[in-house]
Design a binder for this molecule. Structure first.
Ligand code: ADP
Ligand code: MG
Ligand code: ZN
Length: 204
């Protein structure tokens, strides 16, 4: 899709990168923003303050990182936007709520390119707004897939391992795993233990 940039120019352009946890959303976001920087376009990256796992940077599970601006709400992005910014990245967009849809529309109406990354489903497998709404209005949608830690198939679901929390529980490998549809359960108490299944599938 990057090839279209010269063509669309000031019309504005919305990209969505979505999938389960560990699927490479942040890596893909950083990859695209790095290319924009190489093209000498001014880039700004935003992330919700609720996700304080790695301090102020946007950091992937593989350790790639880029500096970002933390915001308490989606509308705060508008106030923090520099006039000269051409490309706007947003990571962990599922924490910014439906307000982000209007904010993205506003940014893109100024002719900017917006790249949004976030979870498409919550741990129950339910569409996680605002990602479904952003997918609908986007010019480009990329679904990234992780690897199922139980069986090795492509994984489209996020398995929660901790019981008794609400929809938002910020965490990484201690709280979540990537799993395929077959190995995943919306109920943490019913999650198949990884060691048991993995032992049965290794040794081939
Ligand atoms: P996301 O932003 O989607 O959570 P990241 O971009 O932060 O994902 O991290 C992706 C990286 O996580 C992969 O390149 C790989 O190094 C690592 N990783 C760890 N567990 C898995 C898994 N089960 N499937 C795929 N990648 C994984
Ligand atoms: Mg990420
Ligand atoms: Zn599986």
């Amino acid at each position: 899709m990057e090839g279209h940039q010269a063509l669309v120019g000031d019309v504005g352009w919305i990209e969505v990168i979505c999938g389960s946890m560990f699927s490479g959303k942040t890596e893909e976001l950083i990859r695209r923003l790095t290319r924009a920087t190489i093209a000498r376009q001014r880039v700004q990256v935003f992330k919700p303050a609720v996700d304080a796992r790695f301090g102020k940077d946007v950091v992937s599970h593989s350790g790639q990182r880029t500096p970002s601006v933390e915001v308490a709400s989606a509308s705060e992005i508008l106030g923090r936007l520099d006039e000269s910014t051409k490309v706007v990245g947003v990571d962990e967009a599922q924490f910014l709520g439906l307000e982000l849809v209007d904010v993205v529309e506003e940014i893109v109406s100024g002719g900017r390119r917006v790249v949004v990354a976030g979870l498409d489903q919550d741990y129950m497998g339910r569409p996680f707004e605002p990602i479904p709404q952003l997918m609908a209005i986007a010019d480009s949608v990329t679904k990234t897939m992780a690897v199922c830690v139980v069986c090795g198939h492509p994984a489209n679901k996020t398995q929660r391992l901790v019981e008794g929390e609400g929809r938002v529980l910020v965490g990484a490998s201690e709280a979540y795993e990537a799993r395929c549809r077959r190995c995943w359960s919306p109920d943490p108490a019913k999650a198949i233990p990884v060691e048991f299944e993995a032992a049965g599938t290794t040794g081939v």
